[in-house]
Ligand binder design. Sequence first.
Ligand code: SAM
Ligand code: SF4
Length: 469
Amino acid sequence: MKPASDGADPAANEATAPKKLFIKSFGCQMNVYDATRMADVLAPEGYQETAQPEEADLIVLNTCHIRERAAEKVFSELGKLRQLKQERAGLGQETRIAVAGCVAQAEGAEILRKQRAVDLVVGPQNYHRLPDLVRQSFNAPVVDTDFPVEDKFDHLTAPSEAKIRERGVAAFLTVQEGCDKFCTFCVVPYTRGAEVSRPVARIVAEAEVLARAGVREITLLGQNVDAYHGLGEDGENWTLAQLLRRLARIEGVARLRFTTSHPNDMTDDLIEAFADLPALMPFLHLPVQSGSDAILQAMNRRHSAEDYVRLIEKIRKARPDLALSSDFIVGFPGETEADVQATLDLIAEVGFASTFSFKYSPRPGTPGAELADQVDEAVKTERLYRLQALVEAQRQAFNAAMVGRVTPVLFEKLGRHAGQVAGKSPYLQPVQVEGGAELIGREAPVEIVRCGSNSLFGRLAAPETVGAA
Ligand code: SAM
Ligand code: SF4
């Protein structure tokens, strides 16, 4: 990190004058959450969020390094921003450009070399220092990618009630960060660092602030969230199930979710929570990546396909209305046709309501990238196409099966068309009904009458009909 100079500081006079901030996030939900916290930490400095990069005094690209394509997008975006910075300079307006997130962590000072328009590079563990870093960047470009001793969450500013209301009735809350699993394809243990769980008291305090400002649904985030083991209110380490039960007691919290989980950390007490904690939604994202034992082993996933299938059976026994989503990677080094078939078989056996699937992308520094038997790109494309055809058919069948059923919907915002209001089912399906703004923030039973390609359409139903087919 470069120290601020003693000379005149052009930023100092304007410390709290209104300035505009534009943040663009790439990648996962944790980046979406991080973007809100960056905006919160910059708000006391006078930065107000804008959706227009053209009017922003500070532009933050909150980046993702998980696949090569995600990282490449950042540099093409930076090229456009360089031009914007020049245009604004022509009008006498100064623009700071910051690169945050996992590309910042992985590439550090290299980013300044590749794109000179960048003023500041900040890793995911350091964004509580953003106000200082922005000030320093007026003197010289700054890079801060240390893994600091202090916990960034202890130094972040809480959002105002007005800001929380503006962000809506469903919120993310990071409870755990980093990962110690070291799957051989994945950069997360390198970019986000070792697994750390936040203390229960801090999480409860954050959730209470959210609930008081009208948030009804909280999704707990962690790279490996079911491995959560934070300091509990009794001085012992608590599991994720204990944390969920505590959060369910907060007035106003109607729905809880958590993501992303690893199959090996789905403990019995977490499975029990699905059985007897009504606020915990019956929808679980549980990545399996592959249905082939040979590939799972090469990926260092430390479970077999059979283990995964048995685990799903156990969770479904606890919560018969549970639906699943998962992540799949095709084309991991050494993957054969038989391995692909094993993955398709697993998908057919388990049945998924939704999925994310990717072509394997070799990431520098990960063991997978060093393997000799990399799969040809065209072969990966063809395999992904086949896998996606199967999971898309399952998704459509799952959505179509909702028609005629009554399901609780949490209304989040006005719909696309006048007189419509939009919400989410327990399975995160978007649902549109005829109605007005008074429904926003309420959970109400809806009879599903029609299924579109991405949304369900329904009408308000009587409360006692929930679950009726
Ligand atoms: N922690 C989660 C887990 O255990 O599966 C997932 C975290 S990762 C941010 C999200 C997904 O990106 C992974 O589940 C995997 O499917 C995909 N992914 C990660 N590294 C990848 C790579 N090198 N190439 C393709 N997909 C990748
Ligand atoms: Fe990456 Fe998830 Fe594996 Fe951790 S458990 S290394 S985050 S894929």
